[in-house]
Design a protein around this ligand. Sequence first.
Ligand code: N01
Length: 582
Amino acid sequence: MIVDATTRRAHAAEVRAVFDAVVVGAGFAGMYMLHRLRGLGFSARVFEAGNGVGGTWYWNRYPGARCDVESLQYSFSFSEELDQEWNWSEKYAPQPEILSYANHIADRFDLRRDIVFDTRVTSATFDEEAKCWLTETDRGDRVAAKFLIMAVGCLSAPNRPNFAGLEDFRGPIYHTGQWPHEGVDFTGLRVGVIGTGSSAIQSIPIIAREAAALTVFQRTATWSVPAWNEKLTPEYLRAAKADYPALRAKARGRPTGFYFPFNTEPALEASQEDREKQYEQAWARGGLPFLGAYGDLLFEKAANDTAAEFARRKIRSLVKDPVTADLLCPDNVFGCKRLCVDTGYFETYNLPHVKLVDVSRTPIERFTADGIEVDGVEYPLDAVVCATGFAAMTGSFDKIRITGRNGLTLSEKWRAGPRAYLGIASVGFPNLFMITGPGSPSVLASMIQAIEQHVDWLADCLAHMRDVGATTIEPVLKDEDAWVEHVNDVSTVSLRSTCSSWYVGTNIPGRPRVFMPYIGGFPIYVQKCNEVMSGGFDGFVLEGAQDSNAAPQVRYTERWRVPIDIEVISPAAVAARRVPVV
Ligand code: N01
């Protein structure tokens, strides 16, 4: 029995309604887009499949879910009042608190009245004559809008591998990305977890506390650094808030869009002794900033090997059984797949009722009525958790039939990999915009900053179209091609492109191998977006504009026109296209 976390409320379908914009999704991206559209006097309808706001933080309610960018930075930065009034309780806030924050945003900015919940967009078709999008939902809505804005998230289409015998299994099967709202009580049960990515790393230690027996099925061992999560004291919060605007501004100049100490020196030029000290300090600080211990860790394999060796020694020191410790030691590039951040993950394997099963050489054969079979051995289970990730970046687009000019669907256009100019728009799909789409920094930046920058840019773009009377905007093919080539090109400089991961789509068999997010650095990307706007939307065609030479007015993007942090992103690094993105 596959357990799904959906319930539905009554809904009267809207037919023939007309808006300036339809927004798909009411996560952080959809909410902020709605806020900006309202600010510009545009009418908008937001459709959301869940029955509440929050997106990722609405669906991913598995035990232990929390952010791994510090909460003080993993939050909206567009309102200083909001920054001052909201108090995060922990360095890395747990999912319920982030969801409360999302709800606070919805209430504080009065967003709910334009959001239709429990409603999934099924198709969107561009009407070439009327120059608008007709959007249809699974509740019978048929709504026309000039602009279609996809705020569907990068990691929101769950990957549910089609294991043989799934239907035979007698117990419940959960997916971390669609967790039941009422929670799950594993007390006294024999639980299996499939996968060892971020979701598994966070949930395994908590599930182990309840379960009578826990079996983890690991295909690829995972690099993880301790979070050292802690409560934030009132004194700490007061001091941080006294300087909040400065922190926000510093973050915008950083390759990842969030701030942490970064050492640009190369690991290979340090002595063995100094490296050891540096890694110990970085481990003691914990979290994603570990990758900022040296500037060459994601560019030079030999440098990366020094960090990998250090982290393997840590794993061996944490896990008592040497065979299990060996299995838990990854042999791929450190930080190649997204680095995980944990609390007591490796130590969990010291518990007598926790077992690790290697499925790297002999995959999961089948589900049986009573468990999972691997290499002829049946592991008896009462419940299974699939922590098997997502069809990243494009999965949520594929679920909607999006038809542009000449009947071409977006899925057809993207069959060999996504193609979008700046990760914002795609040729053949006029007036369709993506927030943190493929080809933008998105998942390689702090997500909320990446969202805000896109939304602010879009708000200025839409206002400009209104100013000049443009009916449509669409990228120019040669500019889109050049951007896609650049995104691909710059990815080859990073070791991140060398392994199989959801960044390149190969976590799911049959998907094309394309490095999807932009790894050239958040500020470099923002600079490009600013230049495109200052140049009158270079690389785009605006149809119907009465004054196509009018300079765009900068309304919301001003705060993104910040100097690049030259300590971290030197001109030499830019020239060599080695901008360290953690
Ligand atoms: O998913 P994943 P996730 N048989 O794709 C395994 C963000 N996030 O949900 O590596 C056996 O990373 C798969 O194995 P392999 C974050 O950006 C953030 O954990 O493909 N195993 C892998 O071990 C993160 O990167 C937080 O060989 C199978 C696992 O399932 C992203 O979301 C928390 C399999 C999937 O790992 C995705 O994370 C959570 C099969 N057939 C998530 N298929 C924060 O902390 C897949 N696997 C903020």
